[in-house]
Design a protein around this ligand. Structure first.
Ligand code: PEP
Ligand code: MN
Length: 344
């Protein structure tokens, strides 16, 4: 339950509301702001709510969650989120596809810097690069971790590109947010609620990948966690889901792009690299995602994939030199489909 309170409501009104309606130990309350409005969020069984919050001083409205269990990010809430990475809007009002590209993992400063310059010169809006790598096997390279932070700072200042990097541990959120511009939640952590809650306090936006086995409503509720804990800047990233069929690495969850855009006001981007696992499919997957309304792309790009520490990710690495054409093709297809839908 989300209770909207007046901007001018004083501490007395809020404390009065909490004491009168939410004093039960089974209920937890906290204040949250979204889209310039002020709310008291309530966790716990609604049957434990005493009295009628609507009648308390300072209360504007009581918003029950949707059937699927979220409200702040729901399109029907009417709240709008202006999500920017390094000053660039993701989705409206930016026109054209937003692009983040770069290597899977940080391995070597000179390599990442070289690739960062290439992706910047191809028009990328951000560099993606992982310093904490969530590996399915403990025997794979786990990322450079804090040892790479100074290099990230140097690369950011030399290229001017904002950086997106994955965080695995709630304790690393603030330190990593000092050296990057957007924190990624990977597919394996989409339902790590401790991490999502910590990201609610992050000073940078969050790129939230869909769990490979997560139903749409769970993915949206994961975004609600971040927003409800104070960070309204969430980008949804579709990246394929587990299927009985392994012709591509994952089954492309393209319909989910449209569904999330309809259900929420959040920007939605697509990862054509981890979804297909095959560089030869990256253009087709990007273009298809654009046709489904994706606001942008998160692409693994490397100019010498055979040198990567993890050869398994090499076959999906897109050549940086092709990124401008990739985004231009995808953007054109999106425009064509939008125009035809509009005319229909
Ligand atoms: C990544 O983007 O580097 C990554 C590990 O992706 P995913 O979480 O989608 O597997
Ligand atoms: Mn990868």
């Amino acid at each position: 339950m989300i209770v909207e309170i007046a901007e001018a409501a004083g501490r007395d009104s809020v404390d009065g509301l909490v004491a009168a309606c939410f004093g039960h130990p089974g209920l937890t309350t906290w204040e949250v702001r979204a889209d310039g409005r002020r709310f008291v969020a309530v966790s716990g069984d609604e049957a434990l709510v005493a009295g009628d919050p609507e009648t308390c001083a300072g209360v504007i409205a009581v918003h029950p969650t949707t059937r699927d269990g979220y409200w702040l990010v729901a399109r029907e809430s009417g709240l709008r989120y202006d999500v920017q990475v390094g000053g660039v809007h993701v989705g409206a009002p930016t026109t054209g596809m937003w692009l983040a590209a770069g290597p899977c993992a940080f391995e070597d400063e000179a390599d990442v810097l070289r690739i960062a310059k290439q992706v910047r010169d191809q028009g990328a809006h951000a560099l993606r690069v992982g310093v904490y790598k969530p590996r399915t096997s403990p025997y794979n390279f786990q990322g450079a971790g804090r040892a790479a932070f100074a290099s990230l700072r140097a690369i950011r200042s030399e290229t001017g590109l904002p950086i997106i990097s994955e965080v695995l541990d709630p304790h690393d959120v603030h330190a990593l947010a000092e050296v990057v511009d957007c924190l990624q939640v990977g597919t394996r952590n989409m339902s790590n609620q401790a991490l999502l809650t910590a990201l609610g306090g992050a000073p940078v936006p969050v790129l939230l990948k869909r769990g490979a086995g997560a139903p749409l409503a769970e993915w949206i509720k994961a975004a609600e966690y971040v927003v409800a804990h104070g960070n309204p800047h969430v980008i949804m990233c579709a990246r394929g889901i587990t299927s009985f069929d392994t012709a591509t690495r994952h089954a492309l969850d393209l319909g989910a792009i449209t569904a999330v855009k309809r259900a929420t006001g959040l920007p939605v981007v697509f990862d054509p690299s981890h979804s297909t696992g095959d560089v030869r499919l990256v253009r087709a997957a990007s273009t298809a995602a654009a046709a489904f309304g994706a606001d942008g792309l998160l692409v693994e790009a490397h100019d010498a994939p055979h040198t990567m520490y993890r050869p398994g990710d090499g076959p999906q690495a897109f050549p940086p030199a092709g990124l401008a054409e990739l985004v231009e093709t995808a953007g054109r297809v999106r425009e064509l489909v939008e125009a035809a839908d509009h005319a229909a």
